[in-house]
Design a protein around this ligand. Structure first.
Ligand code: MIC
Ligand code: SF4
Length: 785
């Protein structure tokens, strides 16, 4: 039996599994429906499901009055119903929330300890070791949870998104999570949006949360999945079509007969990976499978309320005749398993062509490890499908040829797997069952083999940026469905196609897998497992709790407010002071490049320490080197080049504000706000990009960095390190002039100068953050008046 390390020592009340209080989980459907009828007074056309949910969560529905265009242009002030945070991002979010001086969070909030657990030997010992090594952080999160009335899920309880789906998600609600895969909850037909910690603080403080109304892309699913094709293959296929940028600024709303046929956890897999195409979130009309899932996960009252909301006002499905901004049609009957990667989630290859690609690219035809799990694919259904293949292999006398690691998504799934002999079957064929946590998906993998050599791993995860899983830049990481990953674990070959190829059984006879079967829900229902891993539902805040942060801690540090760039010290008034360009970043620059995870995760609550990883895997376009920047103003005795964080530190030491020039889709990937906090901490004021990823662009604005887009993308190459840029027109904008253009006067190092046009996407509210130095400074100022 697993130890409930934190839960037990703190004496958390046992989760009353049978008679759970769902009052803060059931959405206030009657209120939402009343608001929806008010919305219809302003918008006289059929609404999509996403619009119904969004607009009925407006602070003030009348803000829609007179607006001609909403989708893609209006800024919405929203009232999310819930916030979920994981242990890595919650630290910074709480440090920010604490500065607001409120006694409790305004909306129900939960914290989940999942990212900081390192996978090495197996669940029990990994968990014990991680709890010891992260004690200070877990204690901080737990005591802050008690103070502010937050539900705290201790290490070992599971991965945030799986737990949210199993416990908190309800059709038609709007929620935020400080993690880019928060949309996973969309599998229950709601809008769950990934944000940075500062956005979560808006909801937690009751401040309206602002979102530019997304466009709605309709995804029409027809036909039926068959054979080996799974919901994962649908989203892998779509990622190939849409690319990592195709969903930016949009919600993906699925519809059609193909939706009704999917299981709820299958839909969650699809919406989870909408994050990989940059979508704001994804959603689906309320289905029977969702109803069944709610009932089996102990939320019958939510299902009943949802049934009522649908019957009463059609709240949980789109209106007849709705028009989407774009429609993509997918015939599920034609879909085949797909493998995506390496190094980017949108490089999709149908399985039937993959062997050919392996040959053409000259890759070694070898799989070095197979990993099942992550928030995308760690449901009971996933595990039963994988176990079906394992059972077939076992009967044929086969064992996995390579390390085969499986991560259950939650304690409930782990315990149910154990009861239903799934764990046993997996272990019999050589699998290691890891702790219920993110583990290797976020680089928390103590991998001892293949340290510096090229090798290929197959995972059922959602993300595959370079170095992500094991820190080795030469590990090619491919994404596939859990069942394809499993089949390849038995063959050990990259080119193996279980649909057509055979293996040899223990007697040397040909053995071919038959397409796997799984079950969405356990016949005997779920068993909760170790109940001390569950939080007290809706805990009352305990204001007397003292949150201790040691001044000599290397893990946690009180946040110092950033200062405003405007004021008497700035002779340019409401224009930014002249900014030195630190570097021009080349190509793909995800949040993993800007603020790496793996070993750095331990500094998530310590801005000074984590900033040492700023852009350490980014490529400098002037020369093509990784983690190298030029310091054209270096003093005598200092080298003219150094690592990127070191040069940024020099700028900070010289009190020299700076700018960064970056490429397309800058900040792709995660919700990690450290990627915005760190450059700001070192003095960055402006980032000029060919384009930005949504969450990251907002994170920058929140921390007081101005994101600007090149009007002419070719201007990217005209500005280099050591050049000076000056804004022209920001003052007018801050004074209320409506303009989307801000010019930049660029002065090259040789004195030559020219002007380039850039666009901004700052709303009126966001301009106030810029002026105050950060959104938090602005919120604080409001709270104080
Ligand atoms: C990720 O998958 O990259 C993470 C780690 O879950 C991040 C969050 C973080 O960096 O804190 C995400 O996706 O938002
Ligand atoms: Fe955790 Fe990986 Fe999911 Fe991020 S993508 S929440 S690291 S399991």
């Amino acid at each position: 039996m697993r130890r409930a390390v934190l839960g037990q020592t703190r004496g958390f009340a046992r989760h009353a599994f049978a008679e759970r209080d769902l009052s803060n989980v059931i959405p206030p459907y009657a209120t939402l429906i009343a608001k929806l009828s008010q919305v219809r007074r302003h918008i006289k056309r059929p609404l999509s499901l996403a619009e119904k949910i969004l607009y009925s969560h407006l602070h003030d529905v009348d803000s829609l009055a007179g607006l001609k265009d909403i989708r893609g242009s209006a800024y919405l002030q929203l009232k999310p119903q819930r916030v979920a945070m994981q242990d890595a991002s919650a630290q910074m979010a709480l440090l920010q929330f604490m500065t607001c001086g409120l006694p409790r969070t305004s909306v129900p909030t939960s914290i989940h300890c999942d990212h900081l657990i390192q996978a090495s030997e197996g669940a029990d010992s990994d968990l014990t070791r991680s709890v010891i090594s992260n004690k200070e952080v877990f204690d901080f999160l737990e005591s802050a949870s008690r103070k502010y009335g937050i539900e705290f899920w201790p290490p070992g309880s599971g991965i945030i998104h799986q737990i949210v789906l199993e416990n908190y998600a309800a059709p038609g609600m709007l929620m935020l999570g400080t993690d880019s895969h928060t949309p996973n909850a969309g599998g229950l037909g709601l809008l769950a949006i990934g944000v940075g910690g500062a956005d979560a603080v808006d909801a937690m403080t009751g401040t309206p949360w602002e979102l530019k109304a997304p466009k709605i892309i309709g995804i029409h699913l027809k036909g039926q999945l068959n054979g080996w094709a799974t919901p994962k293959d649908l989203i892998l296929h779509l990622a190939g079509k849409l690319t990592v940028r195709g969903g930016t600024g949009s919600i993906l709303e699925y519809f059609g007969p193909g939706v009704e046929a999917q299981t709820c956890t299958g839909l969650a897999t699809i919406s989870n990976m909408g994050a990989e195409v940059g979508a704001t979130t994804s959603t689906f009309p309320y289905t029977k499978a969702m109803r069944d899932y709610l009932r089996t996960t102990n939320r019958a009252a939510v299902a009943d309320a949802a049934d009522w909301a649908q019957a009463e006002a059609g709240y949980l499905r789109p209106d007849e005749g709705v028009e989407y901004d774009q429609v993509i049609e997918v015939n599920l009957s034609e879909l085949e398993p797909t493998i995506n990667g390496p190094f980017t989630p949108d490089l999709a290859t149908p399985l039937s062509l993959f062997g050919q690609v392996v040959e053409e690219r000259g890759w070694k035809d070898e799989v070095s490890a197979a990993l099942i799990g992550s928030c995308t694919n760690s449901s009971y259904e996933d595990m039963t499908q994988v176990a079906d293949l394992a059972r077939q292999a076992k009967e044929a006398g086969l064992k996995a040829k390579v390390p085969f690691l499986c991560t259950p998504g939650s304690e409930q799934i782990r315990a149910t797997m154990e009861r239903d002999h799934i764990t046993e079957v997996l272990q019999d064929v050589g699998a290691t069952v890891l702790a219920n946590a993110c583990g290797p998906c976020i680089g928390q993998w103590k991998r001892e083999d293949r340290k510096d050599e090229e090798n290929a791993i197959l995972t059922s995860f959602n993300r595959n940026f370079k170095s992500r899983n094991d820190g080795n830049r030469q590990t090619m990481n491919f994404l596939a469905s859990p069942t394809i990953v499993t089949a390849l674990a038995f063959s050990g070959k990259l080119s193996f196609n279980p649909l057509v190829d055979s293996l040899e059984d223990a007697n040397g006879k040909p053995f071919k897998f038959i397409p796997p079967q799984g079950s969405q829900l356990p016949e005997k229902g779920f068993t909760p497992g170790n109940t001390s891993l569950y939080p007290i539902p809706s805990p009352e805040p305990q204001p007397e709790v003292d949150i201790k942060i040691s001044p000599i801690s290397t893990r946690l540090e009180i946040l110092e407010p950033f200062s405003s760039p405007f004021g008497s010290h700035n002779p340019r008034g409401l224009e930014l002071p002249p900014l030195k360009v630190l570097m021009r970043v080349r190509g793909k620059c995800t949040t993993d490049h800007i603020s790496a995870a793996g070993p750095w995760l331990k500094y998530k609550g310590h801005l000074t320490n984590i900033s040492e990883n700023l852009l350490i895997t980014a490529v400098n376009d002037e020369g093509g080197e990784v983690n190298l920047a030029f310091d054209h103003d270096h003093s005598q005795g200092e080298a003219p080049v150094d690592t990127i964080p070191k040069v940024a530190q020099r700028f900070k030491a010289r009190s020299e504000p700076w700018a960064l020039i970056v490429d397309s889709n800058y900040g792709e990937g995660s919700a990690r706000e450290h990627a915005a906090l760190q450059p700001r901490f070192y003095g960055c004021s402006v980032i000029i990009a060919r384009s930005f990823a949504r969450i990251h662009e907002t994170n920058l604005k929140k921390q007081g960095i101005l994101p600007l887009w090149f009007v002419d993308e070719a201007d990217y190459s005209r500005i280099g390190s050591g050049d000076t840029v000056e804004t022209i027109g920001l003052e007018d904008l801050l004074n209320g002039k409506e303009t989307s253009i801000i010019q930049l006067k660029v002065t090259k190092r040789d004195g030559e100068s020219f002007v380039v046009d850039t666009k901004h996407t700052m709303s009126g509210e966001q301009l106030k953050w810029l002026r105050a130095g950060s959104a938090l400074n602005h919120i604080r100022a409001i709270n104080q008046t």
